[in-house]
Design a protein around this ligand. Structure first.
Ligand SMILES: Cc1cc2nc3c(=O)[nH]c(=O)nc-3n(C[C@H](O)[C@H](O)[C@H](O)COP(=O)(O)O)c2cc1C
Length: 253
């Protein structure tokens, strides 16, 4: 295989600044003594809750890690076989699940790392083929390890695929995960460095989605090609204090 030289680009590309470490001085809201806000946005009061099988009782996810990593792939061809609710719970928990809550609920450890343990991500789900769950939009409540039912909608996966530049294969997933960011949670401590940190966090979380799905004999595929306005509207986010930054499909292959 030939080994071409890395092209040298001599122009300034401002979008690259996003990738760099920030060192300009700033006073964070944390330093100003401003409260950080909740570790998880409370769901609507009237949202129905569906309790999920507890992580310590999971029977799924037993495949050895070496095998899981060795066979991980982005999977876009899903069978019509559903996921069980335990499998969906496992994927949610692996992706953003809580492990421990400290300091009166102000600090959390999760199954994924996060810069400064700020954990600015939340998880929404478009469910289309999960045993016992009506098709629709849900939110994973990590603190309760439960789903909040946001709306039932038979066409939710179809709408999701359309909002992702018509990636039709997405409509055949068992579920689509939407990773939303609540940027202030990170900005409170890290100010202008936050966008990069949140994006790094999302990568870690989604890798757990991949590994969890693969270990189920199912599969996942990350999706970053989406229409920001349409996806935020579909999930019901304001696009400023909270918005989608990443998606992943999950389904049996
Ligand atoms: C940040 C990111 C965004 C992606 N967005 C999409 C997408 O919008 N649609 C898609 O079909 N695949 C998407 N993928 C999957 C990649 O195409 C896939 O990871 C790549 O082709 C390598 O294949 P592999 O994951 O099987 O190793 C994305 C992957 C990443 C990490």
């Amino acid at each position: 295989m030939s080994n071409p030289k890395q092209p040298q680009t001599d122009h300034q590309n401002p979008s690259r600044e996003f990738l760099k470490a920030r060192s300009e001085p700033f006073v964070s809201d944390q330093q100003k003594g401003i409260p950080s806000g909740p570790v998880e946005t409370p769901p609507p009061d009237d949202a129905e809750r569906i309790a999920l099988p507890a992580p310590d009782a999971f029977s799924c996810g037993q495949m050895p890690l070496r095998e899981v990593i060795g066979q991980r792939r982005s999977r876009r061809r899903f069978s019509s076989a559903p996921l069980t609710i335990e499998e969906l719970a496992f994927v949610c928990w692996a992706t953003l699940g809580m492990q421990k809550v400290f300091e009166g609920g102000h600090v959390v450890w999760r199954t994924v790392p996060s810069a400064g343990a700020r954990h600015a991500l939340q998880l929404y789900l478009a469910v289309g083929n999960v045993q016992g769950l009506p098709k629709g939009l849900y939110r994973y409540l990590a603190l309760e390890h439960a789903l909040a039912v946001l709306k039932t909608d038979n066409a939710i996966l179809d709408k999701t695929a359309r909002a992702c530049f018509d990636q039709r294969w997405m409509a055949r997933a068992a579920a689509v995960l939407f990773f939303s960011a609540v940027p202030y949670r990170m900005e409170w401590r890290y100010g202008p460095a936050s966008p990069k940190l949140i994006a790094l966090d999302a990568g870690h979380a989604c890798q757990n989605t991949y590994l969890a799905a693969e270990s189920l004999g199912a599969g996942a595929c990350a999706v970053a090609a989406y229409d920001q306005t349409r996806v935020d509207q579909l999930v019901g986010l304001d696009g400023n204090d909270e918005f989608v930054i990443y998606l992943a499909t999950v389904g049996r292959v």
